[in-house]
Design a protein around this ligand. Sequence first.
Ligand SMILES: [Cu+2]
Length: 121
Amino acid sequence: MRPFQMQRREVVGWAAAAIAAAILPFTIPVFAETNRKPVTHIVDITDFVFVPKSLEVRPGDRITWVNKDIVPHTATADDKSWDTGALKPNERKTITVTKKLLGGYFCRFHPSMKAKIATQK
Ligand SMILES: [Cu+2]
């Protein structure tokens, strides 16, 4: 074997490894996010506030509203296209995310309670 060729091969190998090391950290999170399994997001209703007030989701995810107050609340779409119904204290309701869930919602009993659901980027 000629030493010169081995050296060249090593250089090419190291260059490929360096390029992979530079690109992988950026490609893996993108891959993981676009192909991730559906997750369940929790929205606590506490002290007359939806927490978090702004939630980012993907279709297929689930949202669970948990009423941690001592009075009933609802989560109701601004356009009334969906509604959890009245949640008594300690009650919860889970809805699977479809396009119609995106947008603003409020509590029918306390209309000043507002929150929104947006698409995760
Ligand atoms: Cu309420």
